[in-house]
Design a protein around this ligand. Structure first.
Ligand code: HAM
Length: 421
């Protein structure tokens, strides 16, 4: 027999694990809608340039982790490693920039990165995210951060710290890159090959190098805050001031640069503090990207957003024992038919119950009481509706409540109300 196995770094979600992901998606979507976001669904694969150009050639995501292949027309295609660049492509292609005011979308779905699988890190994973386009003040930055924070809180997740930083506008980053280049030049020979390249192409990427993260050079790196322009500094101070108003716990982390190239000014991550292996994992992250749209199409519309990983959220909810209050099994009903005609009747009754939103199951094979009780036992059914010849002809069914261990006669047309309690 062939030994079929899932691809390394992927997961099957079924039954409870699937229910958990759907629950998080639904909950987060509702919160996003309360902020005026609409749903957007874009393709799972895109032309490779969409990511190369925007996520950045020097980022690990683009240089090492993308699932890229040539399709049958010899076009380079990439399974999306993230949503932001793909949604920006859609924003432009669908001329959403013509909308007056802000354009706000939320999305969820699978993303693909060829990373080394470990706790909370997969090659196929699911993200939920929000992207907002349009000109707005620092108040929008705070609102976007709060929307994510409110999703975590609303799900019941505790011990999330917001790490925040400003990587400044274009001019700030040019100043900073120059300083980093100067600083790293004495160390670069002892750094990894990627960093040797990054020092010339994009020195900021050295700061989130996975290979050199313990390198001595990273201990005293120049601080980005010292290179921000006045405008960027003021913007950041305003973001922090408004966050203070909301009394959300944040830490300014000047080393937070994020692994994607499109960010400008505000960047943030949501870190879980936990006494298990999840400790320190980023549940989500995001930031402002003032020039991605203009670099793609010349139209000057800033964007800001965040995304979080559904698997990580679900794992934290496991670890904090939150699911037990959410995933209460709904009551179900087994409808028994004790002879062939009654079996058909049981199928019709089940059909009516399902239309009324009640989970109803029947045994398709057997008319014996024994087999049908066994089914109810296995499904932990709260109610069993018994239909034999007498019940069928009188249209008065026998209903057992397995929890109270009682049995009552219920008229056919009162069954739904009875089962609903
Ligand atoms: P990111 O930080 O690369 O940002 O990913 C966001 C979140 O996705 C992470 O915090 C983590 O929870 C989850 N995640 C990332 N990689 C993996 C993985 N291999 N396995 C499991 N979970 C993972 C972005 O993707 C940006 N597009 C966020 C954004 C939206 N920025 C602005 N708008």
């Amino acid at each position: 027999m062939a030994n079929y196995q899932k691809i390394k770094g992927t997961q099957d979600f079924y039954d409870l694990s699937a229910k958990k992901l759907t629950y998080i998606e639904d909950f987060a979507s509702e919160v996003a809608e309360s902020y005026g976001c609409k749903h957007i669904i874009t393709p799972i694969f895109e032309a490779t340039e969409v990511f190369v150009k925007n996520v950045g050639e020097d980022s690990d995501v683009v240089s090492k982790e993308m699932y890229t292949f040539l399709d049958k027309g010899h076009r380079s295609i990439t399974l999306r490693p993230e949503g932001t660049a793909a949604i920006a492509r859609s924003f432009i292609e669908n001329k959403m920039y013509a909308n007056p005011g802000l354009t706000k979308y939320y999305y969820y779905g699978p993303m693909f990165r060829h990373e080394r699988p470990q706790v909370g890190r997969y090659r196929e994973f699911n993200q939920f995210g929000i992207e907002v386009y349009g000109n707005a003040s620092y108040l929008l930055d705070v609102d976007v951060i709060l929307s994510a924070y409110n999703i975590f809180n609303g799900l019941g997740i505790k011990n999330v710290t917001i790490k925040i930083n400003s990587i400044g506008n274009f001019e700030s980053r040019q100043n900073y890159s120059k300083a980093l280049k100067e600083y790293f030049k004495d160390y670069v020979e002892t750094m990894c090959d990627d960093c040797k390249r990054r020092i010339n192409t994009n020195p900021m990427r050295i700061l989130d190098c996975k290979v050199d993260k313990e390198h001595v050079a990273l201990k005293n790196v120049p601080c980005i805050n010292d290179y921000l322009t006045l405008e960027s500094k003021e913007y950041f101070e305003n973001v922090l001031r408004v966050l203070d108003e909301f009394k959300v716990p944040y830490i300014v982390d000047y080393n937070l640069v994020r692994g994607l190239d499109y960010y400008t000014d505000t960047v943030f991550e949501f870190i879980i503090n936990s006494d298990d292996e999840l400790n320190g994992l980023a549940l989500g992250g995001g930031g402002k990207y003032a020039s991605m749209i203009s670099s793609m199409c010349g139209i000057d519309v800033p964007g800001i957003g965040f995304a979080f990983g559904l698997e990580r959220i679900s794992a934290v909810m496991d670890s904090q024992n939150i699911w037990k209050n959410i995933l209460n099994e709904k009551d179900n009903v087994v409808v028994m038919g004790l002879d062939e005609k009654s079996k058909l009747e049981s199928l019709k009754v089940a059909d009516e119950l399902r239309k009324a939103g009640i989970e109803a199951q029947i045994d398709y094979n057997s008319c014996t009481m024994k087999a049908q009780f066994k089914l109810a036992d296995r499904l932990k059914s709260k109610y069993i509706v018994i239909i034999g010849e007498e019940e069928r002809l009188s249209e008065i069914y026998t209903v057992k409540n397995t929890e109270l261990k009682t049995q009552e006669k219920v008229e056919k047309n009162k069954l739904i109300d009875y089962l609903r309690g």
